[in-house]
Ligand binder design. Structure first.
Ligand code: COA
Ligand code: AMP
Length: 626
């Protein structure tokens, strides 16, 4: 007999327009669409063309007008400051409407961009929603990125304003954001007209000139404004993510398709309904934070949690269990790394004993591979379903999962579940031929992508086509490798490009190589991702020094580590560098990164037939395994 999931999956595959038109009923439209799906400008598809709505209205005003005004919309839980603040839908709407008014007074108009470079404080969420309210496209840059990375994003998105806070708090260390921002603006060619600074009591930032504004001051002079009407296909935000080159990709998200997909996913994948407490323990600088700390749960009328802390050390490995108990969390979504960090410090789960976790119905994990050990440990400890699910910044919502709202199917540890309705996942060989069960290949999604997925890259349609659509006609190429079993369960084996995954965060090894190559003593270099028990992967750098360099090698490697920290950010966790005489290459001069990775991981490797000088591999083994 057909299961609920199979029935829905088939419907989405066979009659996608009917399926998504039904799903779109859950969203509040100012005017319904003329066409559910428009492919007239192939491959630049459009969902809900002609539809008019506002994402902020869906996230706030609708709930205020429909009985949820006094419900807590957002709980700010900050163990690093000791603050717990509950903000109702009414309060959040008020603050957002005021800030939107303040932005308009600064001359911000529909289509302008604002960069948000902020820690995990409510003002970050308020800024995102204020942008959505007046049609300004926001681009959140993760607060752990250094000035240079911020400068690259300023030059690409050309924001009229940047909103920041005086500092972030990394456990006990204050990170002054304003000097980082000032440096970034100095480095960037494009100069924003305004900077708005939220002063935190822990550290006051210096406002330099008429470009800089104090958040409280502009709010004090502002008048609240209501939501403007946006086209379904207008951009809501840009979120930069690592590609294989040094230049990040500006993933664009639209308004209509995004709202429809998120609402559908909350109900059907996460089984979370209005009034429930949903906690995505991710920074708002990443896709998970956008979709599942901010837009998704608020559009669904849930209570969302903004947690400014770590899984361990703030103050101990019981931190997550405390939050679940205290705020009655129904579903927790985090990265496997966070669970591994807790497991490492509290392997027997003794911190759990102080808390009542009866509100918790499931734990969703994504962002990196979920190793079976972490799966079994958390499953046994929490005694709730632990669901591995797979997606990317580009898709904005899960591609494969076990849908908890659709009578979930059997769990298979090691698998990220099955295709979510709306996606048609295929495993291809390098020629684009479809592979069968258990055959490992490249993971691709048959076009069109469902609502919510990226319609293009910011200001770079051609790169969108080149990066995702040109490899295999009629497919979106995910850059992940893997296989399906005979029941269509998907197994993700990792990236097939030069992107690595460090603690659930995506980094480009190409970008790291670009930074290292800027060191005056380095002739050439390679960076690969090495397996790491805590963070999944960590970068390892190999350097070849220029002829004649006789400075102390330890000093040079320290300088290189410092260079990555100051140009990309400490969050890249770049701590291991080796100086080698030569890098292994093919006869055509391509660095054999895969072989290097195998040696770094102390795996058995086969000598590639294309290698130029095989003896280099033994030299490498000696250096790397020392
Ligand atoms: N601003 C400035 N610096 C930051 C930062 C921020 N927002 N976020 C992280 N950093 C710094 C850290 O202080 C650390 O610096 P250090 O090398 O000087 O110690 C470095 O970047 C690495 O940070 P992090 O990855 O957080 O490692 P950690 O060792 O401090 O903590 C974990 C390890 C596992 C607890 C942490 O990685 C974690 O919580 N991971 C979960 C990630 C997650 O939720 N991902 C969601 C994606 S779905
Ligand atoms: P990001 O765009 O930062 O969310 O990173 C997306 C990448 O993270 C994917 O392309 C995968 O390589 C990896 N990833 C995400 N979820 C999973 C998962 N459940 N299992 C394995 N890898 C994952």
């Amino acid at each position: 007999m057909e299961t609920v999931y199979e029935k829905i999956y088939k419907k989405a595959l066979e009659t996608p327009e009917d399926f998504w038109a039904d799903a779109a009923q859950a969203v509040q439209w100012e005017k319904k669409w003329d066409k559910v799906f428009d492919d007239s400008n192939h491959p630049f598809f459009q969902w809900f063309k002609g539809g008019l709505l506002n994402s902020c209205y869906n996230a706030l005003d609708f709930h205020v007008e429909n009985g949820r005004a006094e419900q807590t919309a957002l709980i700010y839980d900050s163990p690093v400051t000791g603050i717990i603040r509950k903000i109702s839908y009414r309060e959040l709407q008020k603050e957002v409407a005021l800030l939107a008014g303040a932005f308009q007074s600064l001359g911000m108009e529909k289509g302008d961009r604002i960069i948000i470079y902020m820690p995990m404080i409510p003002q970050a969420v308020i800024t995102m929603l204020a942008c959505a309210r007046i049609g300004v496209v926001h681009s959140v840059v993760f607060g752990g990125f250094a000035s240079q990375e911020l400068a690259i994003r300023i030059d690409d998105s050309k924001p009229k304003a940047i909103v920041t806070a005086s500092c972030g708090i990394e456990v006990e260390r204050l990170i002054p954001y304003k000097p980082l921002l000032d440096d970034a603006i100095e480095m960037a060619q494009y100069k924003p007209e305004h900077c708005v600074v939220f002063q935190r009591p822990e550290l006051s930032a210096q406002l330099l000139n008429e470009r800089d504004h104090d958040w409280i001051e502009i709010m004090n002079h502002a008048e609240p404004v209501s939501c403007i009407v946006m086209k379904s296909t207008d951009p809501l935000y840009i979120l930069y993510t690592s590609g294989t080159t040094g230049k990040p990709k500006g993933v664009v998200r639209d308004n209509g398709g995004h709202a429809v997909a998120l609402k559908w996913s909350l109900t059907n994948i996460y089984d979370v309904n209005p009034g429930d407490v949903f906690w995505a323990a991710s920074d708002i600088g990443w896709a998970v934070g956008h979709s599942y700390s901010v837009y998704g749960p608020l559009m669904q009328g849930c209570t969302t949690i903004l947690y400014e802390g770590k899984p361990v050390g703030t103050p101990n490995p019981g931190a997550f269990w405390r939050v679940i108990d205290q705020h009655q969390v129904k579903v927790l979504f985090t990265a496997p790394t966070a669970i591994r960090a807790i497991k490492k410090e509290d392997p027997t789960g003794k911190y759990l004993k102080d808390f009542d976790l009866s509100s918790l119905k499931s734990l969703f994990l994504a962002g990196e591979r979920l190793d079976p050990d972490t799966y079994h440990w958390s499953n046994k400890l929490l005694n709730v379903p632990v669901i591995d699910h797979w997606w990317q910044t580009e898709t904005g919502w899960p591609v494969a999962a076990n849908c908890m709202g659709l009578a979930p199917h059997r769990f298979k540890p090691g698998s990220a579940g099955k295709s979510v309705p709306g996606y048609d996942i295929r495993i291809l060989d390098s020629n684009g031929k479809i592979l069968g069960p258990y055959e490992e290949g490249l993971i691709a999604i048959k076009l069109p992508l469902p609502p919510g997925c990226l319609p293009t890259l910011w200001n770079d349609d051609q790169r969108y086509v080149n990066s995702y659509l040109s490899q295999y006609p009629n497919y979106y190429f995910t850059s992940d490798g893997g296989y399906k079993d005979n029941e269509d369960y998907l197994y993700i084996m990792g990236r097939v490009d030069d992107v690595i995954n460090v603690a659930g965060h995506r980094f480009s090894t190409g970008r790291m190589e670009e930074v290292i190559a800027g060191h005056s003593d380095v002739a050439e270099c390679a960076v690969v991702g090495a397996n790491d028990l805590l963070k999944g992967q960590v970068p390892v750098g190999l350097l070849v020094l220029k002829n004649g360099v006789d400075r102390n090698k330890q000093i040079i490697t320290q300088e290189v580590i410092e260079k990555i920290r100051s140009e990309i950010g400490a969050v890249a966790s770049f701590k291991t560098v080796h100086v080698v005489k030569r890098l292994p290459k093919t006869r055509s001069g391509k660095i054999l990164r895969r072989t290097i990775r195998e040696i770094v991981d102390r795996k058995k490797y086969s000598i590639p037939s294309t290698i130029d000088e095989p003896e280099i591999l033994q030299e490498l083994e000696i250096v790397l395994n020392k």
